[in-house]
Design a protein around this ligand. Sequence first.
Ligand code: EPU
Length: 302
Amino acid sequence: MRIKDPKIFAVLSELGVRLKPGTSLAELTSLGIGGTTDLLRIEKHDAIPNLLNLLDSHGVPHKFLGGGSNLLVGDGELPWVVLQLVSPEPDIVLKGNFAQVDAAADLGRTVTFCAKNDLGGMEGLIGVPGTIGGALRMNAGAYGMQIGSYVRQVKLYRAAARKLETLEGDQISFEYRHTSFAPDDMMLAVKLELPSKPYREILKGIRICNEKRRASQPLGQKSAGCIFKNPPGASAGRMIDDLGLKGLNVGDARVSDRHANFFVNAGKASAKDMLALIADVRERVEKSFGVILEYEVVVWNA
Ligand code: EPU
């Protein structure tokens, strides 16, 4: 979708919002799939309520983009604009055991920055691509930990109330790859409380998780991580693997040979290819195991 109204341009610049017309979302997502639209880069959280009122009053639909690492975007010209936060300097501020982190901060960098300051707990998240905001919204987790356990406060834009709000940790529920945030809430910043641990010890944990990940996941390839959530008590990856589906493809969309719950873009896969592959695998799992797999990846299909 393209913004053409000069009245909107004028207000955007007043709000300090940078417009990047005709941006390819394939370049902003780890899957390397997605069509084009206008991208609005937001520098100040305070500008968000006015920005959204502006877009709504001109009938411009929008979506919030984090790091684009758990996302499958549709092909072609997209029917909404995309909003993304610009990371401030500094984006992580430490005070004792608390880390105040901007939602646009890179997750891996946050884990290592805290580690270097003897704050641990998030070792399992090393190697998970994306931003803190995305990790928070999905309650990212790995190797027995999840980010939600460390969240003490969240600053967000509540689309329903049309205002910025601060929630305490106990007002939010964090479940397996799910949170109580509304789909149109926009994460802005989080306060984490992390356990003290010597850097060297944290580093050991980080190395172990890195090795496990390298051994079992297709890290060098374009993917959105796991496509499906694990059903209770089972592993989606193992089920897909047991059906012999590694390497199954639709065009360049392919079930990874390394981990069957990772679907990779092996070249020029389209969203149509990837969605067809996902539907095919889902159907086969349902037929063989009687289990309907739930999406873990977020799909923005036009
Ligand atoms: N397995 C297979 N074949 C495969 C893949 C896995 O047999 O192709 C088996 C493994 O051998 C293992 C079991 O299935 O016995 C579980 O596999 P793994 O340890 O790789 O974990 P997972 O359940 O597939 C989950 C998360 C990952 C996270 C890892 C490590 C989900 C959907 N996936 O994977 O998260 O990195 O545990 O903690 O919860 C993600 O969120 O995108 C993601 C990749």
